[in-house]
Design a protein around this ligand. Structure first.
Ligand code: PLP
Length: 450
């Protein structure tokens, strides 16, 4: 099929997620054809530096044939079997043990899903079950955060705090509440980041007391808020959240779907920020996006109750623990470990990226350059010293994203924040290219606004 025919067929038959499908039909979709390392190629043969790793997920970079070979071997051996009714497969057994080895604290048990959203649906059900079987069914309510993102299924979108998502389909479902986010740049006012971090953490305490601690099952949050705009919490935030959750016996869920598997320079964001979670949804970097797989890691307290008192677990997916996905994940984790990719990010390329990325704060359009390991953001602002936003929020971010693309660079825009999340294998030379292209993009965006 030629390009025009592909686009026409796509417009006629494919409804795209998180897209204005009418506008897309008129503009035509971008068709990606190939990937290698940190680069992807589009239908016109343009080479693009993918500074967003697909959707925060291609941690080991594109084109690693070993993953395809692992899938092929497993498909030839046993293409499918499930983990229902007391069955399993060797890759699922091995991956569970590997995750138990990598996870922080005593999180040593996993329930497999296909995605991060399903992981969060699973958490809603397992946590309510956890309390109910201990004779506390009223401990049912979840607290999340405004602008948190926990996926797009009914429970995932409800736990998340994206107003636009809540508007579609009558969400959130009952029993889910939201507190404010620790977004100092946008909402911190005159407070120092540390004061603000404490104030926002204490909103959790206030909400627990308002609902009654005996009714609150869990608090869910991303270690750093990704989709909202890469909000890196002040250092005071997470220690206070740990304290509050322990004091009121509220389970703490750290959504590691983005942060897990090296993104912040440690294996998990919980290690970077000193979070003590009871449960962690994982996905994305688990397979570097080569094949869909997610899961819920849980600690011995939660797993123990579910095993000993939970009875038959009335929950599961046809593809929970799919052997091909687990084999690919094992190969991905082998590469991450043997090539010391996470360590390299923490000790070498991450600090180098941080040094170069923060230089972008000198650009007149940039109000703040945030970075943590291999994830960051630039806040584009009309008036640098004032921490105010453009009136028509999102327009400048969209413009900047399109200009970046014309410069061979993929960045994501959330409102007017430009988000960065490259493959973890990005080299120093590629970081230089990324910074040079970003600076040029900022210049061109500023010129277009004049
Ligand atoms: N949780 C977080 C923090 C995410 O960023 C995402 C996706 O971006 C999800 C959950 C949902 O994962 P999925 O898209 O695999 O369902």
């Amino acid at each position: 099929m030629n390009l025009e025919a592909l686009r026409a067929s796509d417009a006629a038959h494919h409804l795209h997620p998180f897209s204005d499908n009418k506008a897309l039909g008129e503009k035509g979709t971008r068709i990606l054809t190939r990937g290698e390392g940190v680069y992807v190629w589009d239908q016109d043969g343009n080479r693009l530096l993918d500074a967003f790793a697909g959707l925060w997920c291609v941690n080991i970079g594109y084109g690693r044939r070993e993953l395809g070979e692992a899938a092929r071997r497993q498909m030839d051996e046993l293409a499918y079997y499930n983990s229902f009714f007391g069955c399993t497969t060797e890759p699922a057994v091995k991956l569970s043990a590997k995750l138990a080895e990598l996870a922080p604290g005593d999180l040593d048990t996993v329930f497999f899903t296909n995605s991060g959203s399903e992981a969060n649906d699973t958490i809603l059900r397992l946590v309510r079950h956890f309390w109910a079987v201990q004779g506390r069914p009223e401990k049912f309510h979840f607290i999340g955060r405004h602008n948190g993102y926990h996926g797009s299924t009914v429970a995932g979108a409800s736990l998340g705090g994206m107003a636009g998502m809540h508007k579609q389909g009558g969400l959130p479902i009952p029993g889910i509440h939201h507190i404010n986010q620790p977004y100092w740049f946008g909402e911190g006012g005159e407070m120092s980041p540390e004061e603000f971090g404490l104030a926002r953490a204490r909103e959790l305490e206030a909400k627990i007391l308002e609902l009654g601690p005996e009714r609150v099952a869990a608090f869910i949050a991303e270690p750093l808020q990704g989709a909202a705009g890469v909000f890196i919490p002040p250092s005071t935030y997470w220690p206070e959240i740990n304290r509050i959750c322990r004091q009121y016996d509220v389970l703490l869920v750290a959504d590691e779907v983005i942060c897990g598997f090296g993104r912040t320079g440690q294996w998990f964001g919980s290690q970077t920020f000193g979070i003590e979670p009871d449960l962690m949804p994982i996905a994305k970097g688990l397979t570097s996006g080569y094949i869909p797989l997610g899961g819920v890691l849980m600690n011995q307290r939660v797993a123990g109750v579910l095993r000993e008192q939970g009875g038959e677990l009335a929950h599961g997916y046809t593809y929970s623990g799919h052997p091909v996905c687990c084999a690919v994940a094992l190969e991905n984790l082998r590469i991450l470990q043997e090539e010391r990719i996470v360590e390299r990010c923490r000790e070498d390329t991450g600090p180098y990226l941080a040094q170069r990325w923060t230089q972008l704060a000198e650009h007149p359009l940039v109000g703040e350059a945030r970075i943590c390991g291999m994830v960051g953001a630039l806040e584009l602002v009309p008036n640098k010293p004032s921490r105010t936003f453009f009136e028509d929020r999102g327009r400048v971010g969209g413009l900047c994203r399109d200009i970046a693309l014309s410069n061979g660079l993929i960045l994501r825009a959330t409102w007017d924040a430009m988000l960065l999340s490259p493959p973890l294998v990005i080299s120093r030379g590629e970081i230089d290219e990324l910074i040079e292209k970003t600076w040029r993009t900022l210049d061109q965006t500023a010129a277009a606004l004049r």
